[in-house]
Design a binder for this molecule. Structure first.
Ligand code: PHE
Length: 336
């Protein structure tokens, strides 16, 4: 019986292979699997098989049957659905479409670089809220209500007298609520201004605040820290200069310029013929602000600075319009 089953299976599969028309499948099914079919007649012999061999033979018979059924189903699919698949023009060997992998935004990439540099100098990274109170954004930074300096930091007000922070400087105060000097920290983040947008101005952009407080901190520490930072970003040939500038929360206040890397100081369109580029605001923390932080100005001194991340990133990559950064245009983003 075993031989007969194997023989039958072989025969069935060969016959199936030769079938070309779906209509022939019905005859095949009746011929092999029907009540009077070939398989059925072999199965009838099962009762004559010695009892001891019967289970093994039974399962072999069943396997044969299932094998024929499966092959029949496969053939059905090929003959019936095959033409449909061909008509829908699916080309299974055609390579898939490349969706492309995204990457970090150039501002984020640059911010990561800035953080790495300051962390290597022992700075800690902290963050603060983007929606601020007037107290932290202005009052505690020595900019009381009606102070003309509020005009320079005009912003968007939200319900309850809250506002979108105009700079990262409030984080100096928030961080000092939790820390005691000595501190060395930076606070990167998004800031907002009520600006008419142009190539150099946006209503939202990024800053990175810095704060150092310890005994005997001087302007010399400020200048050397910032010079070292700029050299690590733009190369060892960087030359800087400092100019007095007014910020209500520092005294003295200083702007740090870097000699234009494009023209080497002789004047070009990038530096607007000045030979120098304004890089950041900084200064020695005002004694009133130190007091507002809970720090005794008689014992401690410190410096603070605010880096315009967008501006530095644009200079780093030679980009001439800040609006590219926020356009979401992949032709711009794919270059980084
Ligand atoms: N907060 C200032 C600004 O937004 C920058 C600054 C920070 C200046 C710290 C001095 C010290 O323009």
């Amino acid at each position: 019986m075993r031989d007969e089953l194997e023989q039958l299976k072989k025969q069935a599969l060969t016959e199936l292979e030769q079938i070309k028309q779906p209509e022939q499948l019905k005859d095949f099914e009746i011929n092999y699997l029907g009540r009077k079919g070939k398989l059925t007649s072999v199965l009838k012999q099962l009762k004559d098989v010695p009892k001891i061999d019967r289970p093994a033979m039974g399962s072999l018979a069943n396997e044969t049957k299932q094998g024929i059924i499966q092959s029949l189903e496969l053939k059905k699919t090929q003959l019936v659905q095959g033409p449909k698949l061909a008509m829908s023009a699916i080309e299974a060997t055609w390579p898939g479409r490349d969706f492309g992998l995204g990457h970090l935004h150039p501002i984020t990439q640059f911010l990561n670089k800035v953080q790495d540099i300051f962390m290597s100098m022992g700075f800690e990274v902290v963050e603060g809220p983007e929606v601020e109170t007037q107290k932290f954004n202005f009052d505690l930074l020595n900019i009381p209500k009606n102070h003309p300096a509020r005009d320079a930091w005009d912003t968007f007000y939200v319900e309850g007298g809250l506002l979108m922070r105009t700079h990262t400087s409030p984080v100096q105060l928030r961080a000092m609520k939790k820390s005691k000097p000595p501190v060395r920290l930076i606070a990167p983040g998004r800031v907002f201004r009520n600006e008419a947008t142009d190539a150099g101005h946006e209503t939202n952009f990024y800053q990175c605040e810095g704060l150092v407080i310890d005994k005997c901190i001087t302007v010399a520490n400020l200048i050397s820290t910032l010079e070292s930072f700029l050299k690590q970003v733009f190369g060892q040939n960087v030359k800087i200069r400092v100019r007095p500038e007014y910020y209500p929360f520092v005294e003295p206040g200083l702007d740090v310029d870097m000699q234009c890397l494009i023209c080497g100081g002789s004047g070009c369109s990038v530096c607007k013929q000045r030979g120098w580029l304004e890089m950041l605001g900084s200064g020695m923390v005002h004694p009133t602000v130190l007091k507002n932080m809970g720090v005794d100005p008689a014992k401690y001194s410190g410096f603070a600075f605010g880096l315009g991340i967008d501006r530095l990133m644009m200079l780093y990559h030679s980009i001439n319009d800040i609006r590219f950064s926020y356009s979401g245009d992949s032709r711009f983003l794919e270059q980084f």
